[in-house]
Ligand binder design. Structure first.
Ligand SMILES: NC(=O)c1ccc[n+]([C@@H]2O[C@H](COP(=O)([O-])OP(=O)(O)OC[C@H]3O[C@@H](n4cnc5c(N)ncnc54)[C@H](O)[C@@H]3O)[C@@H](O)[C@H]2O)c1
Ligand SMILES: CC(C)CCC[C@@H](C)[C@H]1CC[C@H]2[C@@H]3[C@H](O)C=C4C[C@@H](O)CC[C@]4(C)[C@H]3CC[C@]12C
Length: 369
């Protein structure tokens, strides 16, 4: 708990605060950060749900803005004590151009750092990604690794490349003098695949299953482990890091932390079935229905069609060479660094995370429940 001298003094800014993760971070801050005086939510698209937050004791300020516009970021950061930068273009399907992904994820992050330096804002938490590490282009497995596990992090896809560059910018900015002469303290959180209420890809799989008569067809071997973490626990990690960064600057500044909890190690599809199964879907096949070479061929065909059709329409299916490689390569983490450095324990057990996610799927429009 905060000491009384600090009670309700702090101004936080959450960029991307209306996204899937951002909304959970915003709600978690309002529930669990007693020192908050004002919460600024900066996003390209503001959600209508923000209105309900404006009646509470904390001043909630919604700012429609673009992280690629340095002046908009500077105006939002001015006077903030802590910035949590979750805004990003999450695109592994070829919807946006590589240039746009770079502009939002890398230039946008540079703008946030410069704004902190100019405004004298001392604490910056960056939402990075496991993709900064891997899976790499060689498809090497990362089996229950931690922040110090050696791994060849080589990427070609614009999204992981942009997240890696942005993370490096944030970590290198640690220790820079901000206005007033104090050092900037930064750190980066690397979630694995986040799931939970509001997860768009889970929504897509659910609706696809309903269209296919309550069935999904296995595409990935059950033996390939894919790291997943519940959105509430990722949000909680952000809140804790932001809170502890001041007291433990020497230890935490410039550090990276994987986001983890007690979610079980499973393949991407088997994990999804933990929620979609109780909502009436069935995963057909104990092995992938199509041979791997055929999936590789279909993924390449999708990439070719995307390129050919681009002048006419946006063709961006879930299956492409990159998503196939990510889903087919074991990548899981096993670490306690966040616990050692800032006392993190998951706020939600696996049972809670599962129940909350199932309830959300059941409440979805078109649900069979
Ligand atoms: N979803 C995952 O599994 C996952 C895993 C690891 C890391 N991450 C990271 O977490 C962060 C949030 O991801 P998410 O899944 O909530 O994605 P999301 O798309 O739901 O949220 C991103 C938010 O950023 C906003 N945004 C995009 N471009 C912007 C711009 N130019 N200016 C201002 N705001 C902009 C969007 O409007 C959106 O509200 C991202 O940085 C992403 O790289 C996500
Ligand atoms: C064989 C295909 C049909 C399977 C399709 C699943 C595919 C769309 C999924 C599998 C793994 C998913 C990624 C993974 O959970 C982690 C991340 C990191 C995060 O920073 C952004 C999202 C991303 C890339 C997930 C995207 C969807 C993927 C590729």
């Amino acid at each position: 708990m905060a000491d009384s001298a600090q009670a309700q003094k702090l101004v936080y800014l959450v960029t991307g605060g209306c996204g899937f993760l951002g909304e959970h971070v915003v709600r978690m801050l309002l529930q669990r950060e007693p020192r908050l005086r004002e919460l600024r939510i900066f996003d390209l698209h503001l959600g209508p749900w923000l209105e309900e937050l404006k009646t509470g004791p904390v001043q909630v300020t919604a700012i429609q803005g673009d992280v690629t516009q340095a002046h908009e970021v500077a105006a939002a950061v001015a006077g903030a004590h802590v910035v949590i930068h979750t805004a990003g273009l999450v695109d592994v399907f070829g919807r946006a151009s590589p240039e746009t992904i770079h502009e939002v994820n890398v230039q946008g992050t540079q703008n946030v750092i410069e704004a902190c330096v100019q405004a004298g804002t001392q604490f910056l938490v960056y939402t990075s990604s496991m993709e900064v590490v891997g899976p790499n282009i060689k498809g090497h497995p990362f089996y229950r690794g931690n922040e110090d596990t050696p791994y060849e992090a080589i990427h070609r896809h614009p999204y992981p490349c942009s997240k890696a560059l942005a993370e490096r910018l944030v970590l290198e900015a640690n220790g820079r003098k901000v206005r007033g002469g104090l050092p900037l303290v930064t750190c980066a959180l690397r979630p694995t695949g986040i799931y939970g209420e509001g997860h768009q890809i889970m929504r897509d799989f659910y609706h696809q299953g309903l269209r296919l008569g309550g069935r999904l067809f296995r595409a990935v071997p059950a033996s390939v482990e894919h790291g997943r973490v519940y959105v509430g626990n990722v949000a909680w990690m952000h809140v804790l890091v932001a809170r502890e960064l001041e007291q433990r600057a020497a230890l935490m500044g410039g550090q990276v932390y994987f986001c983890y909890d007690k979610s079980p190690y499973k393949s991407y599809e088997d994990f999804n079935m933990e929620f979609l199964g109780p909502c009436g879907l069935r995963l057909v096949g104990t092995r992938p229905l199509l041979p791997y070479w055929l999936l590789v061929f279909l993924a390449a065909l999708n990439a070719l069609l995307q390129w050919l059709l681009r002048p006419l329409l946006l063709y961006a299916p879930l299956l492409n060479p990159y998503t196939l490689a990510v889903a087919n390569t074991t990548f899981t983490v096993s670490t306690n660094k966040a616990q050692r450095h800032f006392g993190y324990e998951p706020l939600f057990s696996w049972e809670d995370s599962r129940t909350r996610t199932i309830r959300w799927v059941q409440a979805m429009e078109g649900s069979v429940q």
